[in-house]
Design a protein around this ligand. Structure first.
Ligand code: GUN
Length: 282
């Protein structure tokens, strides 16, 4: 029997509807949740992502402001923009779309964002809060994965969760969230010896590598839950994940690409923005 398709698009739609109700309630209480997005340059993928974020804000009634800076924008201008948003009492969430053009220092910009407005959860303060199991902002993609697991009744407790990929944005926070949910967690990366033998022992397998076809059928335990975080552009057009489609023949559950984790990432950005407005909003 093929794997159950974990429908992230449907769950994101349901989540957005719930967030729209919550946004309306907050507005009636005098708080208008407001997300500010900074986009530097004209990277095509980033432009599409930012447009999708704007669309999702409109659908839920969250105010959004997109600040577009040219490719030639210098570090000082970008930092001034962040500082201005930090100081604006009507802005609750700040997101700097990544990647930035190469001449800009990403780490410095991210460290300048007020942790109380860091809805991406990339600031070292929020990373530290997640590490120590305290309340902060959790990066959107791993938060979305946890919601997908919950929606399909998959409790990580006692399960072996294997995360392939060790990025600050997905792999590391994903591992911490699974650990917090009482999974036994293994993080794999490009230097892992005999990766297939590790992935084959996973009850929950998270692929966050960024390479088409990286996870093949022989690397998956029958019945496993397979979450595909990859978004790779196909030469022939369209996008695909890190997991070969025929993994669905052996997995118990699997997220599609597109329509799996991606839509939930944006829904979690809205959720983090509402959390910011509720916790710190004027
Ligand atoms: N670029 C690709 N994914 C993301 C994300 O989640 N946040 C930001 N800021 N930039 C991204």
């Amino acid at each position: 029997m093929p794997a159950v398709k974990m429908d992230g698009s449907a769950l994101a739609k349901k989540t957005r509807a719930e967030l729209a109700v919550e946004t309306q309630r907050m507005k009636e209480e005098g708080i208008e949740p407001h997300l500010a997005v900074i986009l530097v340059g004209d990277d095509p993928a980033s432009t599409v992502y930012v447009r999708n974020k704007e669309k999702a804000c409109i659908q839920t009634g969250v105010r959004s402001t997109v600040i577009r800076l040219g490719n030639e924008c210098d570090q000082a201008t970008l930092e001034e923009t962040v500082s201005r948003l930090n100081a604006a009492p009507d802005v609750h969430g700040i997101l700097v779309q990544l990647p930035l053009p190469k001449h800009l220092n990403t780490a410095r910009v991210l460290s300048l964002i007020d942790p109380k407005k860091d809805v991406d959860g990339f600031h070292a303060v929020n990373c530290g809060l997640l590490l120590s199991g305290r309340e902060g902002f959790v990066p959107c993609t791993p938060r979305g994965v946890m919601e997908i697991l919950a929606e399909y009744g998959i409790d990580p407790r006692g399960k072996h969760a294997v995360v392939v990929g060790r990025s600050n944005i997905v792999g590391k926070p994903m591992a911490l969230l699974l650990l917090g949910a009482d999974a036994t967690v293994t993080i794999c990366h490009s230097r892992t010896v005999d990766l297939p033998s590790v992935t084959r022992s996973a009850d929950i397998l998270i692929a966050a590598v960024g390479r088409r076809g990286f996870i093949t059928k022989d690397m998956v335990k029958p019945g496993a839950v397979v979450i595909d975080v990859g978004i790779n552009r196909k030469e022939e057009g369209g996008v695909c994940g890190d997991v070969e489609p025929d993994v669905a023949d052996v997995a118990g559950y699997m997220t599609p690409v597109p329509g799996g984790v991606g839509p939930m990432t944006i829904a979690m950005l809205l959720k983090n923005t509402l959390d910011a407005a509720r916790r710190y909003g004027a």
